[in-house]
Design a protein around this ligand. Structure first.
Ligand code: TTP
Ligand code: MG
Length: 437
């Protein structure tokens, strides 16, 4: 059969999830009035100024020719700032320009990733807004009882709906028997897309796709292929493998295979988590201390339970308190050494809540354990998730000795521990392997 297994195992089911105009979608979370309007998010951009580059543009802004990596000055020529409009100008033809706020986007991304981890055992996070999920064991390529849709499609729809409902941003999802096809599928019907390529359909789905979109084909290879008359994945699939190999070496053969729908990479998970956390939102914000304490108790029990089941010990216990609309406060207590102690997670989390947030109206609460160490700590130094130099190895003791609050807990509410501060956008997803959901 084209495109899938070469042995007797079942066809894999891979989801590629990519958020739509992600930074702009995040801006809309805190400014819902931007929904449906052209939004441009600039890096190195200051309100009212003309420098910087476009990080992303909402699909409405893209209609005006605004796109990622463009200078802000070019974007402004194509789509003037809403503030600069005259009384007779059309406000629908003007842009709402905002500045990149990576810490906030990471927070939203962590919420999305937590859902993905809940939906799949194997998740490979590839950037702040993109991940692969292997869900072969969670669903099937069989048709659902009613109609001609696959169970896998229903599963992917469920993932999309959870992200939309629980986080409030839109994802496009591709479902396919392998990674490269799933990635092309997620991009195929953006925004808000859900494209399913069944095992027997991979080759016909890929046929009309331009070669540039085949995984591993960059602009130079695409140009060379073009000079050989190969414009689409279909052309590439039909090309003579020997000719491709002569031109591109072993990579030529690999590209040929990809275009024919073969991709034997398996989804491998991204490193170990730096922290484990869970959060819960109130339907209506509340200042009732007993309600808040009850939620913190439940979250603490859940997080401690998860840490134990993963064989993780923790050296820091923290809480997150989100005050309407999006004012994020984190507080944490460091311990003298790694522990596995559910009772301590609860008591520390409650102390942190009581100390400062007894009367605060909150929208969401979270509990997090971090500075993790694993019983089978074979990879810890390779992964680099445990920062060194912050106190050395003193791994003795199983009780709290210091009440020091982490530096990240500044009064105005930072959201991430200091060790992720310097991440670049493209690695943001990986750095925020936090499991708040
Ligand atoms: P993308 O997923 O490439 O873009 P997107 O989510 O904005 O839009 P799409 O609907 O097409 O997926 O990138 C994710 C985020 O990364 C994006 O919102 C902003 C950031 N980014 C940059 O900062 N610079 C860039 O050049 C690109 C491409 C993205
Ligand atoms: Mg995206």
């Amino acid at each position: 059969m084209p495109g899938t297994t070469d042995d007797d195992g079942p066809d894999s089911i891979v989801l590629h999830v990519d958020m739509d105009c992600f930074y702009a979608a995040c801006e809309r979370l805190r400014e819902p009035e931007l929904e449906g309007k052209p939004v441009v998010v600039g890096m190195g951009y200051e309100p009212g100024e003309g420098h910087g580059a476009v990080a992303t543009a909402s699909y409405e802004a893209r209609e005006f020719g605004v796109e990622s990596a463009q200078p802000i000055s070019t974007a402004l020529e194509r789509l003037p700032r809403i503030e600069s409009l005259g009384p007779d100008d059309d406000p629908a033809a003007a842009g709402h320009y905002r500045t990149v706020d990576l810490e906030f986007y990471k927070e939203v991304a962590a919420d999305v990733k937590a859902i993905l981890h809940d939906c799949a055992d194997v998740v490979r996070e590839v950037s702040i807004d993109e991940a692969y999920l292997d869900v072969t064991d969670r669903t099937a390529w069989d048709l659902a009882a009613a109609g001609d849709r696959t169970l896998a499609e229903g599963f992917a729809r469920h993932v999309k709906q959870r992200i939309a409902r629980e986080v409030g941003v839109a994802a496009s999802i591709g479902v396919a028997p392998n990674m490269s096809t799933a990635k092309i599928a997620s991009d195929f019907d953006k925004p808000d897309g859900l494209v399913v390529v069944r095992p027997g359909e991979v080759r016909s789905f890929l046929a009309p796709i331009p070669v540039e979109e085949v995984h591993g084909v960059g602009p130079v290879t695409a140009r060379k292929l073009g000079s050989l008359g190969i414009e689409t994945a279909g052309d590439l699939a039909d090309a003579d493998a020997a000719v491709l190999e002569a031109e591109f070496g072993s990579r030529g053969r690999e590209l040929h295979e990809r275009a024919r729908g073969y991709d034997d990479r398996t989804v491998t998970p991204t490193g170990r988590p730096k922290s484990l956390s869970r959060e819960s939102a109130f339907t209506d914000p509340t200042d009732d201390i007993e309600d808040k304490r009850e939620v913190v108790r439940a979250l603490a029990a859940d997080v401690a339970d998860r840490a134990r089941s993963r064989g993780a010990m923790y050296r820091t216990i923290g809480i997150k308190v989100v005050v309407p609309p999006f004012d994020i406060n984190t507080r944490a207590t460091s311990l003298s050494g790694p522990v596995d102690d559910p009772g301590l997670v609860e008591s520390v989390a409650l102390d942190l809540l009581d100390a400062e947030f007894e009367e605060t109206t909150v929208r969401k609460l979270g509990v997090r354990v971090s500075k993790l160490s694993f019983a089978d700590a074979d990879q810890s130094s390779l992964d680099g998730w445990e920062s060194t130099g912050s106190g050395g190895v003193d791994g003795e003791g199983d009780d709290r000795v210091s009440d020091e609050t982490e530096a990240s807990a500044a009064a105005d509410g930072d959201d991430e521990p200091p060790d992720t501060g310097g991440e670049t956008p493209s690695r943001g997803g990986q750095s925020s392997l936090v499991e708040f959901d």
